[in-house]
Write a protein that binds this ligand. Sequence first.
Ligand SMILES: CC(C)(COP(=O)(O)OP(=O)(O)OC[C@H]1O[C@@H](n2cnc3c(N)ncnc32)[C@H](O)[C@@H]1OP(=O)(O)O)[C@@H](O)C(=O)NCCC(=O)NCCS
Length: 173
Amino acid sequence: MSGVVLPPGFSLEPLQRTQPRRHFDCGQSEVNDWLHTKALQHQDKRLSATKVLLAGDSAIAGFYTLATGQVDFGDLPSELARKLPRRALPVAILAWLGVSVAHQGEKLGDLLLAQSLRDCYEAGQTFAFVAVILDCVDDRAKSFYQRWDFAELPGNPYRLFLNSQTLAAMMRS
Ligand SMILES: CC(C)(COP(=O)(O)OP(=O)(O)OC[C@H]1O[C@@H](n2cnc3c(N)ncnc32)[C@H](O)[C@@H]1OP(=O)(O)O)[C@@H](O)C(=O)NCCC(=O)NCCS
């Protein structure tokens, strides 16, 4: 996967207090609420990092939030787990992603997903993890991610993962 190219007039920046985050609307209240009220606080506390895609007028057209975490060895599918130690294992978490309703259907969701995975991959060169994990808010979100080789974790149909080998192969392709 080659580097992500932003459409003309868009920029990708770390979330900052001065950006109009409370006006963001992706049509999903849980995702909106995260950006409106929690993303900046969590970023200030170094719990997660959020990047926003700004449209030319500096409105937030989309965003994603990444964090680190752990999954238990037993939560992973056996083909992945059998090569790994029996303990809590490090993962990257794609915690949130959204595109404003004004910009949905313009491929910005795919672009943000690609960039978030590139960020994970690059961070993984320094801080290793065994998979990227995400939780889907609903079936629509799940089908969006499943187009990208994310698979279900056993026993948890709304928690998807992409193992690090697949991520690396995606980045090299
Ligand atoms: C899901 C979401 C991020 C997609 O963003 P988008 O910019 O409209 O998506 P894109 O324009 O990049 O679409 C890319 C592809 O995904 C498909 N797609 C878009 N939204 C989809 C959805 N909700 N479910 C399944 N597929 C979807 C498109 O049809 C398109 O497929 P194609 O290339 O075969 O035509 C956006 O609808 C959104 O913010 N939804 C609310 C928040 C949410 O659910 N976030 C995810 C969980 S945190």
